[in-house]
Every structure is written in structure tokens, then in C-alpha cells.
Design a protein around this ligand. Structure first.
Ligand code: F6P
Length: 371
């Protein structure tokens, strides 16, 4: 094992992938602690895009003043810039020409005399960091995503705020659904993981929760809706993860963003469900897509605390001379794992997860046939 590194004197910081509430809280925590230890922080704008294009800004205490409560990221983010597979120009037929810009980025890091890079992001960002780890750049990862699907961490910051936002929306949908005796299908984000739908569905008392990990049966959803109707509950709330799919069917893709490391954009399942459920039950069914609303807004207190803890732990790793670690939360304990462990994998909801059992215990359906 190589000996610990000396504490850095200049670090780079970037926020990659889709934004989420709490990014600014991490930036604030890293910059404040770094400056306390006389470490300069160079922020790269728009994630790896700013590293490729050498767009930087020195981050000082005034830059991070009063940002704890702000959603988004003061540095900007991008989910289209993988330096090792960079889409540099588009052909007339729409396809992209890719180049490996790793070498160019290494020169830029060298120009700024950067000793270590703090990358705040999800699995895509950790994957983008991998070639730099291979080339000897010390990368420290901080896990963010509203999807909560980063391998190795029980929770990512941004997730709890997105859950709260979705729950507030679902509570509002509830009263209008009840007044009009409608079925409402509400689509939440989450990519291939059902964490957001599971938590928001449970917290809002939704009647049906559809997650990618449990393929659903339309007949079963219709049975639940009709049963509720017979019992005098003339409305039903279905919360559907954007990645949910019917048994034997496929996910609904909204678009393919070819020049992105994460090209598949899911979307459309709630609309499809509303039509199918109405056809099967005869009960008017409508849909709502919460979309990017879930990524915006001020972080909840829990996410401000988590993001600050993550930023602090990242700095502690750097000060201790640790290399290539990802800050994680495991069983309520703040710790760290090898950054490469999180690259290219997604943490899905295990079928035996206690929240699934808890939801079933209050008669919530997952759209699968009853056991
Ligand atoms: O990973 C976060 C996320 O919001 C997913 O839940 C969603 O599928 C995706 O990003 C949307 O990406 P974009 O902002 O590029 O549409």
C-alpha cells in the first residue's frame, strides 16, 4: 500500500451529473474547512465540462457565504461531459464524434497546480473520475443524487429533499383526486431504482407504488382500484417510478441523449398507466409528472446536515493523506470506500427491503400479484 500523501495545498472541486439540493452545502463545507487549513480551492464550472474547457474560479469565503440553503450548485453542473469519451462534434446525420480529452485535462490540472480533485456526483461522475485515478490524480468522491442509487452508500444527499418535494405534491394530488373521484398516476424520478417512489409512496399513503425492481400487472392495479371503489374509496393514488415497467414489458423511454454518459432519459409511464387503468376500470384517470421539480429547491435540514458531514469527511480524508476514496454513509456511520467501487453500478431496492414489507402491511399494492 502506498504511504499517505502530504495534505494538499490546492484542490480542485467540481459538481457533476444532474444537480440536486445540497450541492452548495457540500461546496461550502469543503471550501470553509480547506481555507481554515490554508488550502486553496479551485472550482471547475459545469462539472467535467469546465475541466475540459479550463473554466475555473477560485473559491473564497465570500463565495460560499449564504449558500447553505440554496438549491442547485454555484459551480454549475453537466451530465454530458465525460473527458475520456467527449462528444466534440456532431456529424450531419446527428451522430457524434468522440475524443479522449484526459490528457488535456491532466495538463489543465497541472497548470493550476492541483494536488487533489473533489468530485461531487453520482455513479456517472465517479465513472468519469476513473481515468484520472488511473493517471495518478487523487480523487475524493462525495455521493449526490436524488435517485439514492449510488453503490456503497445507504444514502446520498439530495434524496431526502426530493422525497419531501414529491410527498408535498402527492398530498396535494390526494385532495383533488378524492374530490373528483379519480385515479391519479404520479410519476417520480429515480432512473432504474425505486427508492424515491418507495419512500414518497409510503410517506404519502399512496395506494399503489410501482418501482422498477417489481414489474407490475395492469390487471392487478385495476383490481386494487376497483376494490377500493367498491369499499367506498372512489379515488386511488398510484405513484410510479419513471423506470417502472409491466411484467414482460419494457421501460418507457422519453428520449435518448446520445452525447451523454447516461443517454437514456426515462419518462411517460404515468401517462401510459392513466390511459390503461381508465380503460380497464372505467374510472377517470389522470396523470402528473413531477419531473425536475424534484431536483430543485432548498435542501431539507436533513440534507443540509448530510451534505455538510460529507464535505467535512472529504476534507478529513485529504488532510489524512488518503487516496481515491468515496465518502459514504453505511448503517448510520460516516465512512469511505474505494472510489472505483461506485463507478458504473446502481444500487437498486432489494426485494426484501423492510420498507416494502411496511408498505404492504398498510395494504399498499406494488402492482404485483398478491402472495
Ligand atoms: O439522476 C438524477 C435524475 O434526475 C434521474 O432521476 C432522471 O432520470 C435524470 O436525472 C434526468 O436527467 P436530465 O436532467 O438530464 O433530464
Amino acid at each position: 500500500m502506498p504511504p499517505p500523501l502530504s495534505p494538499p495545498s490546492r484542490i480542485g472541486l467540481l459538481t457533476g451529473g444532474g444537480d440536486c439540493p445540497g450541492l452548495n452545502a457540500v461546496i461550502r463545507a469543503v471550501v470553509k474547512e480547506a481555507i481554515f487549513h490554508d488550502i486553496a480551492v479551485v472550482g471547475f464550472e459545469d462539472g467535467f465540462q469546465g475541466l475540459i474547457e479550463n473554466r475555473t474560479r477560485q473559491l473564497t469565503l465570500p463565495d460560499v457565504s449564504n449558500i447553505l440553503t440554496h438549491g442547485g450548485t454555484i459551480l454549475g453542473a453537466s451530465n454530458k461531459a465525460d473527458p475520456a469519451h467527449y462528444p466534440c462534434k456532431q456529424n450531419p446525420d446527428g451522430s457524434w464524434v468522440y475524443e479522449d480529452r484526459t490528457e488535456q485535462c491532466l495538463e489543465i490540472l497541472d497548470t493550476h497546480a492541483i494536488d487533489a480533485l473533489v468530485v461531487v456526483g453520482g455513479d456517472g461522475t465517479m465513472t468519469c473520475a476513473n481515468p484520472f485515478v488511473q493517471r495518478g490524480i487523487n480523487c475524493i468522491g462525495v455521493p449526490k443524487t436524488i435517485d439514492n442509487d449510488l453503490h456503497g452508500s445507504d444514502i446520498t444527499f439530495g434524496f431526502l429533499t426530493a422525497v419531501q418535494t414529491a410527498v408535498e405534491a402527492l398530498d396535494r394530488v390526494h385532495t383533488t383526486a378524492a374530490s373528483h373521484h379519480r385515479v391519479m398516476a404520479v410519476e417520480v424520478m429515480g432512473r432504474n431504482a425505486g427508492w424515491l417512489a418507495l419512500h414518497a409512496g409510503l410517506a404519502s399513503g399512496s395506494d399503489v407504488i410501482l418501482i422498477p425492481e417489481i414489474p407490475f400487472s395492469l390487471d392487478e392495479i385495476a383490481r386494487v382500484v376497483k376494490l377500493r371503489s367498491r369499499l367506498g374509496k372512489r379515488f386511488s393514488i398510484i405513484v410510479a417510478s419513471e423506470g417502472a415497467r409491466p411484467e414482460g414489458g419494457t421501460q418507457i423511454i422519453d428520449r435518448v441523449v446520445e452525447n451523454s454518459p447516461d443517454p437514456i432519459r426515462l419518462g411517460g409511464v404515468a401517462r401510459w398507466l392513466a390511459e390503461a387503468v381508465e380503460n380497464r376500470t372505467g374510472i377517470e384517470s389522470r396523470y402528473v409528472v413531477l419531473g425536475h421539480v424534484q431536483r430543485g429547491g432548498t435542501p431539507t435540514a436533513a440534507d443540509r446536515i448530510l451534505a455538510t458531514q460529507f464535505g467535512h469527511h472529504a476534507m478529513q480524508l485529504l488532510l489524512a493523506g488518503k487516496r481515491n476514496r468515496l465518502v459514504v454513509m453505511q448503517e448510520g456511520r460516516l465512512t469511505d470506500i474505494d472510489i472505483n467501487e461506485a463507478a458504473g453500478t446502481q444500487r437498486l431496492v432489494p426485494l426484501g427491503h423492510p420498507l416494502i414489507a411496511a408498505a404492504r402491511s398498510v395494504y399498499t399494492s406494488f402492482g404485483d400479484a398478491p402472495a
